[in-house]
Write a protein that binds this ligand. Structure first.
Ligand code: NDP
Length: 477
């Protein structure tokens, strides 16, 4: 037994993580259901480090140093259970299984509990950054026991991305916390992508800019507070011309957005937790709606808003307005994500350091961005911050963004340009800042038809109005 870590599941992600471990000096045992993949890895990349290729589960386990550390990188879902069932009987108390696949956090909780009862540490770990990240440094979000992190932490930190010398890996919390946080990362990613897409749409159809001009706008934005990987790649995509047709790439792609499902999980889970992640929900629904071709065909003949691009000097001013709207909406979307993490921490008893979550997302992952430094600082200053908007600097920025933010949404609405993520973010902001909400009326409606009772602003207690009786008297429920 000579390998410090083993990786089973050697498709793109597993193969690159195995190479990443080996490049960091670890001896890596290799296993894959189909042995040809294992052989291919060693043939192609065997000289990058120390690998122990194995073909059977028994040989794989025998190749691992104790306590054994075994990483599963197979297709998420039933395959993960199948692999756990195959290996767990060969392991001993104290051994560790890391699941780096995109598991649902409730599956991770179930698996962790079952394996804990057998003395095996199960570490559900989010891994973000795709194929390239896996090889060169992903953001790693491990859950599981603190004991297992003491052993695995240094290895996972070694292969993770680094920002200012700090690893993009931290122990998130027990059992499913790591996969939960990874899920929310992906939800935020959906929101951020949708917001950027809406900003593009506005620059295209309100300012009348070409994709190439918009690419330049994004390049400038990428030098400021919006600096991020997603803004950077957006500029590159918009500048790209289709070789075959010489048209802007963005014009030859079908406008039906697909998804693998982590955004959907975030929204489903948010409903259960009561977390108002409206921007993530709108982003997810926007993808779904874009793909409903028959519905879109049916609505298309119906009249919408009028469209006339701005004059050049107006367009220039408009770009700055959209930047405000994009930034403000982005702050709201991220804040909603953090609220959801806090809600889950409370629900599941996870001790999650909210500042550390921002810190490890600064590198390796898709939403890596300069402004995460500020989110980290905000939570490091005050771990109990109820919202990013209670931090003075963010609050000040959003106050300054308010007028342009509203202008952008009003202009889009007049022209019939959909901005679901921009407008849901603004509606959320307005909801939270409202002195009084019409929720009071909803409570009245609920009490009227269902005797669901209400609470009063001026007295403690629960009340019901006898709506059908003369004089409609109020009784204490
Ligand atoms: P895939 O999700 O395409 O899964 C393929 C791998 O799973 C192969 O090694 C395959 O073995 C194995 N497998 C499938 N079914 C079984 C089974 N029943 N028993 C044993 N092995 C099985 O691979 P990826 O590399 O894309 O992703 C791996 C994991 O990482 C997934 O959970 C994914 O969600 C997650 N992930 C992926 C990212 C990405 O960008 N692709 C990013 C972050 C996480 P065989 O070769 O024998 O078919």
């Amino acid at each position: 037994a000579s390998a410090q870590i083993g990786v089973t599941g050697l498709a793109v992600m597993g193969r690159n993580l195995a190479r990443n471990f080996a490049r960091h000096g670890y001896t890596v045992a290799l296993h894959n259901r189909t042995a040809a993949r294992t052989r291919a890895l060693v043939e192609e990349f065997g000289d990058e480090g120390s690998f122990v290729p194995t073909e059977t589960a028994e040989d794989f386990v025998a190749a691992l140093e104790k306590p054994r550390r075994l990483m599963i990188m197979v297709k998420a879902g039933d395959a993960t259970d199948a692999v756990i069932d195959e290996f767990a009987p060969l392991l001993e108390s104290g051994d560790m299984i890391i699941d780096g696949g995109n598991a649902h956090f409730l599956d991770t909780r179930r698996r962790e509990k079952a394996l804990r009862e057998r003395g095996i540490h199960f570490v559900g770990s989010g891994v973000s950054g795709g194929e390239e990240g896996a090889l060169h440094g992903p953001a790693v979000m491990p859950g599981g026991s603190a004991e297992s992190y003491a052993v695995l932490g240094p290895m996972l930190e070694a292969i993770s991305a680094k920002v200012d010398g700090e690893p993009c890996c931290t122990h998130i919390g027990t059992d499913g916390a790591g996969h939960f946080v990874k899920m929310v990362h992906n939800g935020i990613e959906y929101a951020d992508m949708q917001l950027i897409a809406e900003a593009y749409d506005l620059l295209r159809h309100v300012a009348g800019y070409t994709p190439a001009q918009i690419a330049d706008v994004f390049r400038v934005w990428n030098k400021g507070r919006l600096n991020s990987y997603l803004i950077e790649i957006t500029a590159e995509i918009l500048a790209h011309t289709d070789a075959g047709t010489d048209k802007p790439f963005v014009d030859i792609v079908r406008d039906a957005a697909e998804q693998k499902g982590t955004g959907r999980w975030t929204v489903q889970t948010a409903l259960d937790l009561g977390s108002p992640v409206t921007a993530i929900a709108q982003a997810t629904f926007a993808r779904v709606a874009s793909s409903r071709t028959a519905l879109r065909e049916a609505y298309r003949p119906l009249a919408g808003g009028t469209e006339h691009p701005l004059r050049p000097h107006e367009a220039e001013r408009y770009v700055a307005t959209v930047e405000h709207a994009l930034y403000a909406s982005k702050v709201i979307a991220y804040d909603q994500g953090w609220t959801m993490i806090r809600d889950a921490a409370e629900e599941y008893g996870w001790d999650i350091d909210l500042g550390n979550v921002a810190a490890i997302w600064r590198g390796g992952c898709i939403i890596r961005a300069a402004f995460l430094d500020r989110i980290r600082a905000a939570y490091n200053t005050d771990a109990t911050l109820p919202s990013l908007l209670s931090e003075p600097e963010f609050a000040d920025e959003i106050t300054k963004a308010q007028v342009p933010w509203r202008e952008v949404i009003a202009a889009a609405t007049r022209r019939g340009i959909p901005v679901p993520a921009f407008s849901s973010a603004l509606a959320y902001y307005d909801t939270l800042r409202a002195e009084r909400l019409p929720a009071a009326l909803i409570q009245g409606q609920r009490d009227f038809f269902g005797a669901h009772t209400y609470r009063r602003t001026d007295r403690e207690g629960t009340f019901h109005t006898l709506w059908a009786e003369p004089g409609q008297p109020e009784v204490e429920a």
